[in-house]
Design a protein around this ligand. Structure first.
Ligand code: 5AD
Length: 421
């Protein structure tokens, strides 16, 4: 989501990007507030540009994204070298804000949620890139007690179907072959009588779009019709990121996730019944207030029961104004205990991911070739339908094509293979 917003900012400015902050006319730090660590990172990045601004007062320095929304004008007081503060919904206002600062040398804070042209600025697209994101939804209507997103990104706004399809088709015309629809709870998307499954089916009709992915799905909004669309439309990848957060019903209740462990397990079963090869990944929060050893053990037993393809796991971080931050004031889990639990869970996940990757050896995978491998330009790199990275040797003109690759090696974070000709 933030990467997408950064690309929108790049496009909104219509300026030449540079890696050298010293020579930049405008510096914008796009920030994330989901956990405290991310938000601290924003402050330390901003601090770095203090001297640059002092030496060159005409340079414009701004902060955008969720940290900007969260702290608003306090940021200007705390960091006087900043020229503007821009919330995540206000990106379309950026060009006007920059010209105003240039003209009037006045500091600006734009954090209103009511932005009419919410989806107006589409992201910068690097020529030749084979994959792209398309935003279908902004904000969130769920009320998970730990989460700051509804506060900083506002309530859910869904983008019209025609606009999504138009942006997708434009990208395909530029050579994109894989689209990932993004939204905070992407499968809750509904607009003008259409449901998410209708969007999936309509995307399946776009010519030359080889692959469709979407993220992040909210478990309670997985419906039978959505599963049917996923299994019917051949371009939809059989990979689903489905954050469970915990395996304990008590913790899920405290989080207000609106499902039980049994319900989640049954949903995964329904997905696997329809698509036996589907790869499921997840997010887990460790050390939610009141999480006991027994609760954690239930999370571990869920990990063993489902054997997720991969998982992102985080220590609970109390966020300002959230209900769970109040719980944490009374019932916080000892940080050392939380670290031990996190370590145990991540070690287990590594084992599973690595075994699953090794088990792919001998399989022939369809790989959409994205470019040269980052670590070794002799190799081409792409992803399998299940979202695993697969590196193999082959001619560069395969970039953008879907090819068959036989897996020869399964590593922890990727596969290696040989082109099948
Ligand atoms: N503390 C820790 N992890 C969090 N996440 C969201 N809010 C918090 C928080 N306060 C995690 C969830 C979510 C992912 C994007 O970040 O697991 O799915």
């Amino acid at each position: 989501m933030n990467e997408y917003d950064s690309d929108r900012i790049k496009n909104a400015l219509d300026a030449e990007p540079t890696d050298d902050p010293g020579s930049a006319d405008i510096i914008i730090i796009n920030t994330c507030a989901i956990r405290e660590k991310a938000d601290q990172k924003a402050f330390s990045s901003l601090g770095k540009y203090k001297t640059l601004k002092a030496n060159d007062p005409d340079k414009i320095v701004g902060i955008s994204g969720c940290v900007a929304q969260l702290y608003g004008d306090q940021l200007l007081k705390k960091m006087p070298h900043i020229d503007f503060v821009l919330g995540p919904r206000a990106i379309p206002k950026l060009p006007a804000i920059i010209s105003e600062i240039e003209r009037e040398k006045r500091k600006t804070v734009e954090t209103s949620y009511d932005i009419e042209e919410l989806f107006e600025i589409e992201p910068y697209h690097q020529e030749g890139k084979v994959t792209a994101f398309v935003s279908v939804q902004q904000g969130c209507n769920k009320r998970c007690t730990y989460c700051i997103v509804p506060r900083v990104r506002g309530s859910e706004v869904n983008r019209p179907l025609e606009d999504i399809l138009r942006e997708t088709t434009n990208l395909v015309n530029k050579g994109v072959r894989e689209i990932t629809f993004i939204g905070q709870t992407v499968n809750s998307w509904k607009e003008n009588g259409y449901k998410f499954r209708d969007l999936l089916r309509a995307a399946g009709d776009i010519e030359d779009l080889d692959r469709i992915r979407f993220t992040t799905s909210y478990p309670r909004d997985i419906t039978k019709k959505m599963i049917d669309a996923m299994s019917d439309v051949p371009q939809i990848c059989h990979h689903l990121h489905l954050p469970v957060q915990s395996g304990s019903d008590k913790v899920l209740g405290g989080m207000k996730r609106t499902y039980t462990r049994e319900w989640y397990v049954d949903t995964v079963k329904r997905l696997k019944d329809a698509m036996p090869d589907i790869a499921i990944s997840t997010d887990i929060i460790i050390g939610f207030p009141g999480e006991t050893d027994k609760d954690f053990e239930q999370t571990m037993s869920l990990m063993r029961e489902i054997e997720f393809e991969s998982s992102f796991s985080f220590k609970f971080s109390p966020r300002p104004g959230t209900v769970a931050a109040e719980y944490a004031a009374e019932d916080a889990v000892d940080p050392e205990v939380a670290s031990e639990r996190l370590y145990e869970l991540q070690a287990y996940q590594k084992e599973i991911t690595s075994t699953k990757n090794k088990n792919r050896v001998g399989f022939i995978e369809d790989v959409l070739v994205e470019g040269e491998s980052k670590n070794d330009p002799e190799f081409l790199s792409g992803r399998t339908d299940h979202n695993r990275i697969l590196n193999f040797k082959g001619p560069k003109d395969l970039v953008g094509k879907t090819v068959k690759v036989k897996v020869t090696e399964g590593l922890l974070n990727s596969l290696r293979g040989e082109l099948v000709v």
